[in-house]
Write a protein that binds this ligand. Structure first.
Ligand SMILES: NC(=O)c1ccc[n+]([C@@H]2O[C@H](COP(=O)([O-])OP(=O)(O)OC[C@H]3O[C@@H](n4cnc5c(N)ncnc54)[C@H](OP(=O)(O)O)[C@@H]3O)[C@@H](O)[C@H]2O)c1
Length: 357
């Protein structure tokens, strides 16, 4: 009998990668005359969207569910053997109505997006707990992050897009749903290789002399995990699902400093390129918006200490498992390197950017 995998965010980067990976496992089985092993169920707010309909055409069952509404989420996850969960801080952060709502509540836009993402995470956990008996022993894999406030010993108090995730996965689940916690793995994700599209004012700035620079608050020698989420989250989820539950993992295809990132990019695109560490004030000025600039500047500073995974730059023993650790445990996982990603990407729009002042 096929196993049901329920994918939150199936129409997005991470969830879409999980859907594609399990579809490819089904296709492999079919090509050898076997029954497809997975029934793939994707959750979306809008089943008629092109992304949802594309999944339907590939054989995914699409179910309407809203992370803001537990009554839609509970039936959508019911009976699943494996659940992949994500939440998206940036949607409530950027949504046009968010600033007005934050002002009404007398809170910052950063805090407003935290509140939305935190509640969505709790709804997912409550709905997953309602079907805990149908889940595999490692059947709840949550995309999350390290807890910035705790891992930095209180230095970063407002790194909301990290803490909104970590306050639920694992903290809320451990506290409220111990049976679900026994079946949970936390999947942290490296910084997305396509993030130059999300923060173009800081990434790959074209200067008047034709060279390019990337400017963050991260120390130039800090090693950062980098991930192609579209290509690789599915492979990580499949690998993690074959291991015992109760651990945290880092999905990353390369571990590189920003200096190395720019060296590789410059070499492969034939451009003069460098990384420059800047102050928080500079990052806020580049981003053109205080709330966004501060959230990003805090994150890039957090990379320097204690590290994106909350451990690796702190001098403590690393507990989080990286792809190499997974391979040592005997489970193969193929990941995209930064070099492969840069080679495969069309950089013409970046190379033709207007120079900054
Ligand atoms: N940029 C980076 O370097 C980086 C690194 C690590 C982690 N992250 C984190 O990654 C997350 C974003 O992941 P992503 O790139 O996979 O997101 P994405 O591509 O923007 O997709 C978001 C998905 O979530 C679904 N969704 C959003 N709100 C929903 C709601 N209320 N109810 C039901 N579904 C909802 C959307 O589905 P529908 O629209 O179809 O409903 C969509 O499938 C963020 O939280 C971010 O903090 C980013």
């Amino acid at each position: 009998m096929s196993r049901t995998i329920a994918i939150i965010g199936a129409t997005g980067n991470q969830g879409g990668s999980v859907a594609a990976h399990y579809l490819s496992l089904n296709a492999q089985a079919t090509s050898t005359g076997s029954t497809p092993p997975y029934h793939i169920r994707g959750l979306t707010r809008n089943p008629t969207s092109p992304a949802a309909q594309d999944l339907v055409s590939k054989g995914v069952e699409i179910v309407r569910a809203d992370l803001d509404d537990l009554t839609t989420l509970t039936p959508a996850l019911a009976g699943a053997n494996l659940i992949f969960s994500i939440t998206n801080y940036w949607e409530p952060f950027f949504r046009p109505d968010s600033r007005a709502r934050a002002a009404e509540q007398g809170i910052s836009p950063r805090r407003y997006a935290y509140d939305v993402e935190y509640q969505q995470g709790k709804n997912i956990a409550d709905a997953a707990a309602a079907t805990v008996s149908s889940l595999d022993p490692n059947g709840f894999i949550a995309s999350t992050t390290s807890h910035a406030g705790k891992c930095s010993d209180g230095k970063f108090k407002e790194l909301y897009h990290l803490d909104a995730k970590a306050d639920v996965f694992p903290d809320y689940v451990n506290e409220k749903h111990p049976e679900l916690a026994k079946k949970m793995s936390c999947l942290q994700t490296g910084t997305f290789m396509h993030s130059y599209l999300i923060a173009p004012a800081s990434y790959l700035r074209r200067l008047k002399d034709g060279s390019f620079e990337t400017c963050f608050t991260t120390h130039p020698d800090t090693v950062v995990p980098h991930l192609d989420p579209v290509a690789d989250v599915g492979a990580m989820v499949h690998a993690v699902s074959q291991l015992p539950a109760g651990k945290s993992y880092m999905a990353a295809g390369s571990l590189s400093t920003w200096t190395e990132w720019m060296e590789i990019w410059g070499r492969l695109t034939g451009s003069k390129a460098r990384y420059r560490q800047v102050s928080e004030d500079d990052m806020v000025a580049h981003s053109g918006e205080e709330a966004l600039g501060k959230e990003l500047a805090d994150m890039f500073s957090y990379f320097s200490w204690p590290g994106l995974d909350g451990e690796s730059e702190k001098g403590v023993e690393r507990t989080i498992l990286y792809p190499d650790d997974i391979r040592k445990l005997g489970v193969d996982v193929s990941m995209t390197t930064l070099e492969d990603y840069i080679k495969a990407t069309d950089w013409s729009a970046v190379l033709a950017k207007e120079p900054v002042e």
